[in-house]
Ligand binder design. Structure first.
Ligand code: PMP
Length: 425
């Protein structure tokens, strides 16, 4: 069957034919590519067509697809059974690994998705402080729990419904949304109602409205006002964790949150999330403390095996330097080719994540700046690259991801394709 037939069949019993909205290509138009298998930097479509993959399962596949050591660890774990609902030593090893590598983490609880991680971290912050109000930033996405699906990014933004029906208005009132990278707005909000704010949650590098790094001082301001007002600072590092640096964005920018949420890379492609941080806060969690949180498949042994094997490989010296250099060679190469073709274009990268912007603005540091980019032009670029075998995120509002398997030849092939495409835009 070709992609059109597969998509038609999928839509019969799956809403929109997909199990996560952005996969439907609604933003860029056309039919999604159905994937048969993946290896290294490549995805293979149903027709065996090969694509250079810059989505990487939306972040987890930092080693490339089907890495032999990760698969071997998973196979060995599978042979011992799929789930026990009882503690395993692999969970302790995962907790020790995360607490050793993430600067602010004393204790950690495993969950099965990024959504669960952020939802639970918010509950813990509210339980710890005895306050209800939370602060988030427009265009940041923290999963689809009620409190966080207010002016959100990612698929919510792509579909033009950043705030979803079904979220009770009474609950959404507890979510105060500010402009990303606007330190002044944060200070004002805390001056107005700082004693009611339980927590600030932020993507330390915004990756769900394209890729927008923090301006100097922004993360530091969050730390300062949270300290001054007794609020919990949560870095949502579901995307940036083990993606922008070993130790995540908090290691890169030198700002310590109270709580950190993780996902994606730490599961190596299996469904995994985690939240952790200061011992004093984490000890409020059940069964030690009164804040309830639980999960049938949390700490699943197969998922722990995939995650631990991944973390072992990326903790090798030089891993993130090499990843950042590959990513930079991609964005620099794209910038040069766009300029030669006279296409207004900007590209931003942090570690192994990047963003492409069809704008003459030079750089983009705000949600408004992202929204001002030429979306139809991105969509034409996306489809022309796809035709040439390069699979980019199917939305102008998503970050892209490079893996360790994207070697110089793969990057060059991408740039060659882009050179042709820029000339047609
Ligand atoms: N937080 C961030 C920063 C994310 O990028 C995502 C997913 N893209 C989530 C939370 C939600 O994670 P999940 O899709 O695993 O629920």
């Amino acid at each position: 069957m070709n992609d059109n037939d597969l998509f038609a069949a999928a839509r019969t019993h799956i809403p929109g034919g997909v199990n996560s909205p952005v996969r439907a290509f609604k933003s860029v138009g056309g039919t999604p590519v159905f994937i048969e298998r993946a290896g290294g930097p490549y995805l293979y479509g149903a027709d065996e067509r090969r694509y250079i993959d810059y989505v990487g399962s939306w972040g987890p596949m930092v080693l490339g697809h089907a890495h032999s050591e990760v698969l071997a660890a998973v196979h060995a774990a599978v042979d011992r059974g799929l789930s026990y609902g009882a503690p395993t030593a692999s969970e302790t090893e995962m907790a020790e690994t995360l607490c050793a590598l993430v600067p602010s983490m004393d204790m950690v609880r495993m969950v099965s998705s990024g959504t669960e991680a952020t939802m639970s971290a918010i509950r813990l912050a509210r339980g710890f402080t005895g306050r209800d109000q939370i602060v988030k930033f427009e265009g940041c996405y923290h999963g689809h729990s009620d409190s966080l699906l207010v002016k959100a990014g990612s698929g919510a933004l792509t579909l033009g419904v950043p705030s979803s029906p079904g979220v009770p208005a009474a609950l959404a009132e507890y979510t105060l949304t500010l402009a990303y990278n606007d330190a002044g707005a944060v200070r004002e909000a805390f001056a107005r109602c700082g004693s009611e704010i339980a927590c600030v949650i932020v993507e330390p590098v915004a990756g769900n409205m394209n890729c927008v790094p923090p301006l100097p001082g922004f993360l530091e301001t969050l730390r300062e006002v949270c300290d001054a007002h007794g609020a919990v600072l949560i870095f949502d590092e579901v995307m940036t964790g083990f993606r922008v640096a070993l130790g995540g964005a908090q290691a890169l920018y030198g700002v310590r949150p109270d709580l950190t949420t993780l996902g994606k890379v730490i599961g190596g492609g299996m469904p995994v999330g985690a939240f952790g941080g200061r011992r004093e806060i984490m000890e409020h969690l059940a069964p030690l403390g009164p804040v309830y949180q639980a999960g049938t498949l949390s700490g699943n042994p197969v998922a722990m095996a995939a995650g631990l094997a991944t973390l072992r490989l990326l903790a090798r010296p030089g891993f993130f330097e090499d990843l950042a250099a590959s990513t930079r060679s991609l964005t620099d190469g794209l910038l040069a080719r766009a300029e030669r073709a006279g296409v207004p274009f900007a590209a931003q990268a942090v570690g192994g994540m990047f963003g492409l912007f069809f704008t003459g603005a030079g750089s983009v540091s705000s949600f408004a700046g992202v929204m001002a980019c030429d979306q139809p032009r991105f969509n034409r670029f996306f489809h022309a690259m796809l035709e040439r075998g390069v699979y980019l995120a199917p939305s102008a509002f998503e970050a892209g991801f490079v893996s360790a398997a994207h070697d110089a030849a793969v990057i060059q092939a991408t740039l060659d394709a882009a050179e042709q495409v820029f000339a047609t835009l």
